[in-house]
Design a protein around this ligand. Structure first.
Ligand code: SAM
Length: 314
């Protein structure tokens, strides 16, 4: 399936497309939020199921994704867009009346990875940026120019599980003392490759570090936690939440969030008081099949969890 409408940038194949549609169980007159519009692959699927009374709210941090969303909204009055993090979805007045379904398809899109100028890829030389929103916060190069050795090592370890985190952090700080500023993805990838012990791993030695720096720069896990809380506030009873994760740190947060809200909460100080009712019911955990992974290698690490907002009000 083509993501369409993206102009000259590479397309993005939506992951677990049929499963997302089934998980959201789109009602023709419902209001849905796609918090990670990307190139709109999933959003267009939701639109195709909505009737004239339905609404689709879309968000993305990335101005290029929002440019595609703006065009879609121009063609279809049921669509509204907002540039920003889904962590702020509860601040969007259009979501105040409640949502029948919410999708977060986490991480980066193929166009972000494939366009060297975005600076996400160790395989393509470009400016060391990595921001989903290039107009907000520090770029990877700006952060690496001042972060302490310990901060860098902690980020590589926490968000990339990089066992050589200290060695890489030391190399970055030493490189900074030289004459050449660290400004390009290829410089960083080479620097990491030089200090990594030679192993038989098939993945590029910079894979984990690039992932870690990207997660840190974009506050991805903090946004996910805030986005899940906001989603719970805005979902109507019976509304569906579908979240696609691409690594274990994200999936753990989603899993624990759903588990935490899928049980009644007793107050230890008031043992005879009625428990707080559960707010979510876990419905599914789905991974792509072999055919999808063969057609779209990016789907390889995807895991989708689906939950339903219970009928009991908060
Ligand atoms: C995997 S892609 C989504 C692809 C989309 N489902 C499609 O079918 O085209 C992830 C998108 O979410 C955006 N994104 C990631 N985290 C975000 C956040 N916290 N708030 C808003 N957008 C975010 C990225 O900029 C990227 O465009």
């Amino acid at each position: 399936m083509s993501a369409g409408g993206a102009g000259a940038t590479p397309a993005h194949l939506p992951v677990l497309f049929a499963e997302v549609m089934e998980g959201l169980a789109v009602k023709a007159d419902g209001t849905y939020l796609d918090g990670t519009f990307g190139r709109g692959g999933h959003a267009r699927g939701v639109l195709a199921k909505l009737g004239p009374e339905g609404r689709l709210l879309v968000m993305d941090k990335d101005p290029e994704a929002i440019a595609v969303a703006t065009r879609l909204a121009g063609e279809d009055a049921r669509v509204a867009w907002r540039r920003g993090s889904f962590a702020d979805l509860a601040r969007w007045p259009l979501a105040d009346a409640g949502l029948d379904g919410i999708l977060f398809d986490l991480g980066v899109s193929s166009p972000q990875l494939d366009v060297a100028e975005r600076g996400f890829s160790f395989g393509k030389d470009g400016p060391l940026d990595m921001r989903m929103d290039p107009e907000s916060g520090e770029s990877a190069a700006q952060w690496l120019a001042h972060a302490s050795e310990k901060e860098i090592a902690d980020v590589l370890w926490m968000y990339g599980d990089e066992r050589q985190s200290r060695r890489i952090a030391r190399a970055i700080v030493q490189f900074r003392r030289g004459d050449t500023p660290l400004l390009r993805t290829a410089q960083l990838a080479e620097l990491i490759a030089q200090v990594m012990p030679r192993g038989d791993s098939k993945i590029h030695p910079a894979t984990r570090s690039f992932q870690a720096i990207r997660i840190f720069i974009n506050r991805e896990l903090l946004d996910l936690e805030a986005g899940l809380d906001a989603a719970l506030e805005r979902l109507k009873p019976g509304g569906r939440l579908a979240v696609i994760s691409f690594h274990s740190l994200e999936d753990r947060i989603v899993k624990q969030f759903i588990a935490q809200h899928s049980k009644e909460v007793y107050d230890r100080r008031a043992p005879f008081a009625a428990p707080q009712p559960m707010r979510l019911k876990a419905l599914a955990r789905i991974k792509p099949g072999a055919a999808e992974v063969a057609a779209n290698p990016r789907a390889r690490s995807a895991v989708m969890r689906v939950a339903e907002r219970t009928e009991v009000p908060a």
